[in-house]
Design a protein around this ligand. Structure first.
Ligand code: FAD
Ligand code: NAI
Length: 465
């Protein structure tokens, strides 16, 4: 078959690119090695993790808060089999939805490993070994990423596990040791802590979610300690050993103190690495750099008709970043002049309370020597938060000291994941803190904390603090 565009990989980068290409009139094929579409995000990432986060949050609410609300129920129990089944049903509905979208947009789905024969020819090898060959004018590589193992302990997938296995457990761990206090460690760690596991997080750096504004990691530490999670920050893991049903983890603090932890599961969540195995990049003369496919500002590789997007290229490993890049590349093919504003790609951690961030962190502004103002507003001063007893957290606004333009929005608190869109909008339109503080925000809502933090940033004049 002859195509205008062939997309390799059907994650959020690949399938969005394919849909946008089809919308723009290109004859498009998408090649996916697995039987289901949607990539990491839909199958073993964003969607299943959020399904379990939601179920476990329902459980903890029923267990710890219903009585306070005047709802008396017998002590709730966890049915992990049903919880995992519901998660799988959610995944199925989503991946089937992508298959439907491919049909609707007349995109050919080719199941098998895609590998380059040359810059216009791709071989697709199905699981049963059958091969087919397509030709194409352009290619978008969207092959995503895989979990990074520790250099000295590979995933055995039974006791030393990655996020993929942590989404499929058949029992609630007694003691889950989590290596890496980043996004996956905190999201999946909090799932199992809510379900009753003892969860111990060992993090190499001195703070949790270290790429985000420092204040968020500090608050997250406080609230997840309340959940019973235990932390060893500033600890380097030196060994991980599985002896049957028990995993022993040894870690060392900066001053040389050794801790030894024993658990039934060890989740290793120390980052992900770009995935290019089997792609045959050598056939087209592309060499990876630190695993990534090098691209220019148009997301074009060194080969003229070949582009790459998402986790396999530089930048944040986020589904919505991959999606933006998919659209960006497709629109360039159509001669349009799209852009991706990387600074305004929000980051969210779906713990409860949620953590969400956009723009510069305070640490970055300090490093850049930028003069800035800070406006903080705590959830505990918010009527809506008190009404639902979700009073942990705050909104922090960073604004330019001279112009008052908003430079960063950092939120930890209930519904932060949805609220951050307001920060993105404000920053896209280059609003000042005062602009936002003069807009009417419905009462009582969590969003009022953003308005109050903007009042605090404008001229230190919050109303309810
Ligand atoms: P992927 O989604 O990884 O898709 C790549 C696809 O390419 C895969 O289906 C793979 O099978 C296929 N493929 C690879 N090589 C070939 C080949 N040679 N031939 C054919 N097919 C091939 N991000 C968020 O924004 N929000 C979240 O809440 C979130 N939660 C996450 C939770 C977890 C547990 C994990 C692991 C990740 C999460 N992420 C989240 C990150 C998100 O999943 C990724 O950033 C996103 O999936 C990247 O999209 P992609 O299209 O680049 O690649
Ligand atoms: P991460 O980069 O978020 O966190 C990894 C953590 O492990 C860091 O804090 C790092 O300091 C620590 N670490 C690294 N090596 C270590 C070691 N040897 N010992 C102890 N700690 C060590 O990576 P994570 O959590 O694995 O997630 C991978 C990617 O998936 C992230 O880039 C993230 O963007 C994406 N993701 C996004 C989600 C979201 O948007 N909500 C949810 C889950 C994943």
């Amino acid at each position: 078959m002859q195509y205008n565009v062939a997309v390799i990989g059907s994650g959020p980068g690949g399938y969005v690119a394919a849909i946008r290409c089809a919308q723009l009139g290109f004859k498009t094929a998408i090649i996916e090695k697995y039987d289901t579409l949607g990539g990491t995000c839909l199958n073993v990432g964003c969607i299943p993790s959020k399904a379990l986060l939601d179920s476990s949050e329902h459980f903890i609410t029923a267990k710890n808060h219903f009585a306070e609300h005047g709802i008396d129920i017998p002590a709730p129990k966890v049915n992990i089999t049903q919880m995992i089944k519901r998660k799988s049903d959610v995944v199925k509905a989503n991946v089937d939805g992508i298959a439907f979208l491919m049909k609707k947009n007349k995109i050919d789905v080719l199941t098998g490993v895609g590998s380059f024969v040359d810059k216009n020819t791709i071989k697709v090898t199905a699981a049963d070994g059958k091969e087919s060959v397509i030709t194409t004018e352009r290619v978008i590589i969207a092959t995503g990423s895989k979990p990074t193992p520790l250099p000295f302990a590979s995933f055995d997938k039974k006791r030393i596990i990655s996020s993929t296995e942590a989404l499929e457990l058949k029992e609630v761990p007694k003691h889950m040791i989590v290596i890496g206090g980043g996004v996956i460690g905190m999201e999946l760690g909090s799932v199992y802590a809510r379900l009753g596991s003892k969860v111990t997080v060992v993090e190499f750096l001195d703070s949790l979610i270290p790429t985000m504004d420092g204040s968020l990691g500090k608050e997250l530490l406080k609230v997840t300690k309340k959940l019973g999670m235990e932390f060893f920050l500033g600890h380097k893991v030196t060994s991980v050993q599985n002896s049957g049903n028990e995993v022993t983890v040894k870690a060392e603090s900066k001053d040389g103190k050794v801790v030894e932890l024993k658990g039934d599961y060890c989740l290793v969540s120390i980052g992900r690495k770009p995935y290019t195995d089997g792609l045959g990049l050598d056939k087209i003369g592309i060499e990876t750099v630190k695993g990534q496919i090098p691209v220019d500002e148009h997301l074009k590789t060194k080969v003229d008709n070949i582009y790459a997007i998402g986790d396999v290229v530089k930048g944040a490993m986020l589904a919505h970043k991959a999606e933006e890049e998919g659209t960006f590349v497709a629109e360039q093919f159509a001669g349009q002049k799209p852009h991706v504003h990387y600074l305004l790609i929000p980051g969210v951690v779906y713990t409860w309370p949620e953590v969400a961030s956009v723009g510069y962190t305070e640490e970055q502004l300090k490093t850049d020597g930028k003069a800035y103002k800070v406006g903080n507003f705590p959830y505990k001063a918010l009527g809506r938060a008190r009404a639902s007893m979700d009073t942990d957290g705050f909104v922090k606004i960073l604004a330019d000291k001279q112009t008052d333009e908003i430079l960063g929005v950092h939120i930890i608190g209930a519904r932060a994941a949805d609220m951050i869109a307001a920060g993105v909008t404000a920053m896209e339109f280059r609003a000042s803190a005062e602009d936002v503080s003069r807009m009417s925000h419905a009462h009582p809502t969590y969003m009022e904390a953003v308005k109050e933090a903007c009042l605090a940033a404008t001229a230190n004049r919050p109303i309810h603090l």
